[in-house]
Design a protein around this ligand. Structure first.
Ligand code: G6P
Length: 369
């Protein structure tokens, strides 16, 4: 097992550190900005269906559901197709409206999640076309879908999903950009710009991983916290959800992820001088708004930990701890901004003596209802 962990103390840490590699593996042979190449073999036959879709329904659970939420923002922005992201477990039991012209995308690392599989079967029985985004080759979900693209992240052993999430985002972005190109909802110039940026992601994730020691010392500061709040807006809102989920899963600290602006409708009541609030506050179109949300938390003496873009001058003046990640187009930021959150939850869990790779009560894949 020590050999399998490749010198890391836990599979989770190994998998977090594998991300530059897993993201580039995921793009290999599929994306080449210079050659203007963007292809997903599995998509070909049904690409027209997706391009002409009136609506995209994304079904997934857990971390894969969070990847679906990021994809909602991405598809709507670049493909101009309305997207709904569904918990598979809810979707399957509520007699959902599925119309001709709807396309379903199912996301699953394991490809074995019972609820996601059942949601697929239901949608299929109503005549929908289903795309799968799976990590495990030949898995039940991969077989049940009409077409799909694998994430090629390699085996993920740690129960808390890390590298599968960033690989899912990579594949979903590629699907969306292929559709946008075919639909003409993106200019060639913008497409090229995004492809070039996609290619920089592995190196940027590598840079984010260099923050490991800094994040470990922040973890030491907060390891005894009983609650955490994670806030973000836009593309970073699902990242806030994912950061909170990671912490809950492996450290057993109660954490809530929220859209930053929604804080005033509830979570703000929880803020006192002991409450750690993690802001994902990178330099994007909602930056100013997030800055005012940080001020609102500061005014109530909350302890702010902010993920910011390198070189940010303003937030360091307000936040108690600042973690700087490399700059990237806001639509791609989740692949980078999630990394410090994975590390933060990892270190807190280790310091609390938790079983990081096999947290209590959780399973790597939930094959029963
Ligand atoms: C379990 C795992 C999570 C995962 C979720 C969905 O809860 O512990 O890490 O995100 O299932 O799994 P899937 O394999 O369908 O992505």
């Amino acid at each position: 097992e020590a050999i399998e962990k490749g010198g890391f103390e836990h599979f989770m840490l190994k998998e977090i550190f594998e991300q530059p590699r897993s993201i580039s593996d995921c793009m290999r042979g599929r994306l080449d900005a210079q050659k203007g190449r963007l292809v997903l073999g599995g998509l070909r036959e049904y690409l027209a269906k997706l391009t002409n879709a009136d609506r995209i329904l994304i079904v997934a659970c857990g971390t894969s559901w969070h990847a679906g939420l990021v994809a909602e923002y991405f598809f709507e922005e670049f493909c101009r197709i309305p997207v709904e992201v569904e918990y598979a477990s809810e979707f399957r039991y509520r007699n959902p409206v599925i119309r001709e012209g709807d396309v379903v995308i199912a996301i699953s690392q394991s490809g074995e999640t019972a609820d996601t599989l059942a949601a697929i079967e239901l949608a299929k029985s109503k005549g929908a076309i289903i795309f799968g985004v799976c990590n495990v080759v030949g898995s039940s979900i991969a077989r049940a879908t009409h077409a799909g693209a694998y994430t090629h992240a390699g085996p993920e052993i740690g129960v808390a999903s890390t590298k599968a999430f960033t690989a899912q985002l990579t594949v979903l972005n590629m699907i969306a950009l292929i559709v946008a190109q075919k639909k003409g909802t993106i200019t060639e110039q913008k497409l090229h710009e995004l492809l070039v940026e996609m290619e920089t992601i592995p190196a940027k994730v590598e840079r984010a991983l260099k923050l490991n020691d800094q994040i470990e010392s922040i973890a030491a500061e907060f390891k005894d916290a009983r609650n955490f709040i994670y806030l973000g807006r836009g593309y970073n809102f699902p990242v806030a959800l994912e950061g909170a989920l990671k912490l809950k899963e492996i450290s057993y600290i109660h954490a809530e992820g929220y859209p930053a602006a929604e804080m005033k409708h509830g979570p703000i009541a929880l803020i006192d001088e002991e409450m750690p609030v993690v802001f994902i506050a990178t330099n994007d179109s909602s930056y100013e708004k997030v800055v005012s949300n940080i001020q609102e938390v500061r005014a109530r003496k909350g302890r702010v930990i902010a993920i910011v873009t390198e070189g940010d001058k303003l937030i360091p003046k307000m936040a108690e701890f600042v973690i700087e990640v490399p700059s990237v187009h806001e639509a791609l930021m989740p692949m980078v901004s999630v990394v410090p959150l994975q590390l933060l939850s990892y270190h807190i869990a280790v310091m609390r003596g938790c079983n990081v790779d096999q947290p209590r009560n959780l399973a790597k894949s939930v094959t029963v209802e």
